[in-house]
Design a protein around this ligand. Structure first.
Ligand code: SF4
Length: 377
């Protein structure tokens, strides 16, 4: 019998989680998904706008989770005081834990089984944050492999081969390529045949069959999905990549967050004035230290008031970036140098890719994979 299982989706304010909410609503309206967002109090206005648009589209409210709710300060400022003014950095990312992960953990604490949907795309190589709570399971609907690493590890554990073989025989009875599937299942994973390769090959043969086997396997565990009789994503073999995300956002009317839209800048290179394009590559706090230099320039030139606010945080020797203060970065010659470097790098990428896709034009793809899934997906 189906036990009450909570389905949740965290809206970061970025494009991928917003697109996932729209996608799930369209493809699986029967899934009772609850939405939440962790507000640091320091997001861009465009992020709040996206969340509002999404609420209208879904016809459902998105729960606002805030760390340190009793504090008179914004959540980020509260914890900055707790940390004695020590600004977070890629090496010491207390902000993600305190402002995003802990509120989520509290949100689901004491709940029954929870399925958490994560918008990591099919063209990304990252796993994202996985809650360690035993009542939580992550699902990745945009990827060919919708399962988290821990589930895959268990299903493809060599010790489980006879059991998984039986599941394949039951799930794929009559399939023309059943014998090939069984051959693969029988082959133990090893240094020469890593589990990842085995997984990819099984998914290539039939994603729905692998999913059905994994789902049946989970029935023998305590995972949240063992509590449901039916999980519609088992049949899903769609893989969604970056361009699909922009299409979903535009087609739905929710729209692409305005900070992703490229804007022109001019820069002089060898006596010629060139026109480049810049934008912000992700959601998150306006002062996020994961920003590239060109994104700081974008912030200075498009949101000067936020740049000034970010500058105020730099004191007592703490800076957002190593080796350069925001005051130094905002000097005209320095901004020109950053634009020059960005323009040339983007041209190189465009020539290499020989493609007109948005990612090449924006020239920000190398930055997108960095940072934290909880903040940017
Ligand atoms: S967006 Fe950046 S600064 Fe804000 S919480 Fe996330 S990692 Fe920290």
């Amino acid at each position: 019998m189906t036990q009450e299982v909570k389905h949740v989706l965290g809206i970061s304010g970025g494009k991928d989680s917003a697109a996932l909410a729209i996608y799930l609503r369209g493809r699986y309206p029967e899934l009772p998904v609850e939405y939440y967002t962790c507000d640091t109090g320091k997001e861009l206005d465009e992020t709040y706008e996206l969340i509002n648009n999404l609420e209208v589209y879904l016809g459902q409210s998105i729960t606002r989770l805030e760390a340190a709710q009793d504090s008179p300060e914004a959540p980020f400022d509260h914890f900055l005081q707790v940390y004695g003014g020590y600004l977070p950095s890629a090496m010491s990312r207390w902000c993600t834990k305190k402002l995003k992960l802990d509120p989520f953990e509290q949100y689901i604490a004491g709940q029954g089984p929870v399925v958490s949907y994560v918008g990591i795309r099919g063209d990304e190589e990252r796993e994202g944050y996985i809650s360690k709570r035993p009542n939580v399971q992550s699902i990745f609907p945009f990827r060919k492999n919708i399962w988290s690493e821990d589930v895959v590890r268990k299903v493809l554990d060599n010790a489980q081969i006879p059991f998984v073989r039986g599941l394949y025989e039951a799930q794929a009875a009559g399939a023309p390529n059943l014998s090939r599937m069984l051959e693969l299942v029988q082959e133990p994973a090893s240094a020469h045949f890593p589990q990842r390769q085995k997984l990819d090959m099984l998914l290539d043969l039939s994603t729905p069959t692998f999913n059905a086997v994994a789902f049946a396997f989970l029935k023998t565990t305590d995972y949240p999905l063992s509590k449901v009789d039916h999980f519609p994503l088992v049949d899903n073999d769609e893989v969604l990549v970056r361009d699909d995300i922009f299409r979903i956002l535009r087609d739905s009317g929710v729209g692409v967050p305005a900070y992703y839209e490229k804007r022109e800048y001019q820069v002089e290179i060898e006596g010629e004035v060139k026109t480049g394009h810049y934008s912000r590559s992700r959601s998150g706090c306006f002062f996020c230290f994961f920003q590239q230099k060109i994104e700081w320039v974008w912030l200075y030139e498009n949101h000067p008031e936020l740049y000034e606010k970010a500058k105020v945080y730099e004191k007592d020797g703490y800076t957002w970036q190593q080796g350069e203060t925001l005051e130094e970065l905002s000097q005209p010659e320095r901004r020109q140098a950053i634009k020059r470097e960005h323009y040339l790098r983007t041209e190189r990428q465009r020539n290499n890719a020989q493609s007109d896709s948005l990612i090449d034009i924006l020239g920000v793809e190398d930055a997108e994979g960095e940072g934290c899934a909880a903040c940017f997906i």
